[in-house]
Design a protein around this ligand. Structure first.
Ligand SMILES: [Zn+2]
Length: 85
């Protein structure tokens, strides 16, 4: 029951090591109302942060260590504790 923060697919499809594609075409998302800027995941981030995990289906970036901990129940989300999910 991670639905609000992390889609179950992200955990189900979690790879053993962080997914850090270098030649993937990262989709651009528009941010801002007055000044609209386009942002996307930047592959150079992977050189700085080895724990970054990119999920291609969700176009989302996560901490690989935290995802592993969630997947193997070493870590629970605060909402789970509050709602006893
Ligand atoms: Zn983490």
């Amino acid at each position: 029951m991670w639905s609000i923060f992390i889609m179950p697919m992200v955990l189900e499809e979690l790879t053993e090591t962080a997914n850090q594609p270098e030649s993937f075409s990262f989709p651009k998302k528009k941010f801002g109302k007055k000044t609209v800027v386009e942002r996307s995941c930047q592959p150079q981030w992977f050189k700085t942060w080895s724990w970054l995990h990119y999920n291609e289906a969700e176009d989302s970036v996560h901490c690989h260590l935290c995802l592993k901990a969630l997947k193997f129940k070493h870590l629970t989300l605060a909402l789970e504790v509050i709602l006893h999910l």
